[in-house]
Write a protein that binds this ligand. Structure first.
Ligand code: FAD
Length: 413
């Protein structure tokens, strides 16, 4: 029987997270109110978070790790507690946090980004034991951030088109290339770097891409510039240059030539987490809009009494109800079915990311001019929502996967 309910233990975790945010995150939000409200103070002239904000983010990660949150979904084979929480719990927790706090830089730092591009991510599985002992303590304590280096100027959707190459030189690998759109590159100590180790296998699309843990040394591996987008004055994404970056062979992660499977597995987890955040942010926005519709008056009555506003509210509810049920159904399939729900993950990622933008956009419209200001944080949520349609596979790439599965006979819903 399909059951989306969460256990009392998970409910307690959610309450504990709210408490943690009250005690550890709220004071920082107050302290950095000016930076959070005005990006001129959030970023430096290079578009990188100012030092004080970077320190605050680190503090949140470290406190989260001490409180047992940061690694609670981490891979158990790396020392995380991920075996204690199934996908329904993961989806519900991310959804509830986003529902209460919306798009919030500090709250979103409590867990590693997307659960795969940092922390005790399964992408790190297969690391050499010595390297594990060297790096896992700083990663799991939140002291060190990682980033996920797959995309390149000529390889986004088409990841087989990467150009970054790793060549063997004695006991070392020498890596050259450029990575683009790498979240956290400016703040990370290491990049999980995907590079070609066998071009012939890549040409046949049978492997040939390997994964390496490459340290940012400021010379051979450097985050060269941030990529501001959607009116932001800076961003967390950056271009990374690899110029004869040398790593010992023990920094290869997993099997040689088999890095691509790792990358895809990581991205799949990220899609579910992102969809959960989308559902939560949509609920957050609708609540604000309902409150406003009950207060704001025009033509002698609250705007909630105008049918045009009622239709927009109802359309938001239709979207959220559909998205939330898709998310939970997908999480349930991940938890209870032996076959990996590839189609459902793509359906959920595509729908929820498109859905949150529709919802936030309507909620802004309900607020009239106020919706366009940064006071209610709706415009910030709108920019975030618009962004979600691109990373972790664009909507079109999700639809491509869905159609392929249908054509292969996967007609089960
Ligand atoms: C905010 C943000 C954070 C990111 N973080 C990371 C990160 O940490 N690490 C990382 O490695 N990457 C990251 N990315 C990169 C992201 O994965 C890519 O941007 C994404 O995969 C799309 O690639 P692209 O931008 O090159 O677009 P392209 O692949 O060039 O696509 C351009 C357009 O063509 C469409 N398209 C492409 N191929 C097809 C097809 N076969 N059928 C139909 N339509 C198609 C796309 O949907 C899109 O509309 C991030 C991106 C963003 C925006």
């Amino acid at each position: 029987m399909i059951d989306f309910s969460i256990s009392d233990e998970v409910k307690e975790v959610i309450s504990a997270l709210y408490k943690f945010i009250d005690i550890e995150v709220e004071p920082l939000r107050k302290k950095f109110q000016k930076e959070l409200e005005n990006e001129r103070y959030l970023y430096d002239e290079n578009g990188v978070y100012v030092q004080e904000v970077q320190k605050a983010l680190k503090q949140i990660r470290e406190k989260s790790a001490q409180a047992g949150f940061y690694n609670m979904f981490g891979d158990p084979r790396l020392g995380g507690n991920g075996d204690e929480y199934g996908p329904i719990a993961v989806a519900s927790i991310f959804e509830r946090i986003a529902k209460k706090y919306g798009v919030d830089l500090f709250t979103m730092e409590i867990f590693p980004k997307g659960l795969f591009s940092g922390g005790l991510t399964p992408v790190l599985l297969g690391m050499n034991k010595e390297v594990m002992e060297e790096v896992l303590p700083e990663i799991s304590s939140g002291e060190t951030v990682l980033c996920f280096g797959l995309s390149e100027p000529d390889a986004g959707s088409d990841v087989w088109n990467i150009r970054t190459k790793a060549e063997k030189d004695g006991e070392h690998w020498v890596i050259n290339g450029t990575k683009q759109w790498i979240t956290n590159a400016h703040y990370a100590k290491y990049m999980m770097t995907f590079a070609i180790t066998d071009q012939a296998l890549v040409d046949k699309r049978q492997g040939g891409i390997s994964c390496f843990l490459v340290p940012f040394d400021g010379e051979t591996c450097t985050a060269t510039s941030t990529i501001p987008a959607l009116g932001h004055l800076g961003s967390a994404t950056a271009i990374v240059s690899l110029d004869n970056a040398r790593v010992h062979e023990r920094y290869l992660i997993g099997d040689l030539h088999q890095g691509f499977g790792k990358a895809l597995h990581g991205v799949d987890i990220g899609r579910v987490v992102l969809a959960a955040q989308c559902v939560g942010v949509a609920e957050w926005a609708l609540e604000i809009a309902v409150n406003y519709a009950n207060e704001r008056k025009t033509f002698g009555t609250t705007i909630g009494n105008h049918q045009a506003i009622q239709m927009m509210l109802a359309d938001c509810a239709l979207d959220i109800y559909a998205g939330k049920n898709m998310l939970l159904n997908c999480a349930w399939k991940l938890e209870h079915q032996s076959e990996f729900p590839i189609k459902e993950i793509s359906l959920t990622k595509a729908f929820c990311t498109e859905m949150v933008q529709r919802v936030v956009d309507r909620c802004m419209q309900i607020h009239g001019g106020m919706g366009l200001t940064n006071e209610l944080k709706l415009e910030k949520a709108w920019r975030w929502a618009r962004m979600t349609r691109v990373p972790d596979g664009t909507t079109e790439i999700q639809k491509r996967t869905i159609a392929r599965r249908l054509l292969q006979g996967d007609m089960d819903f």
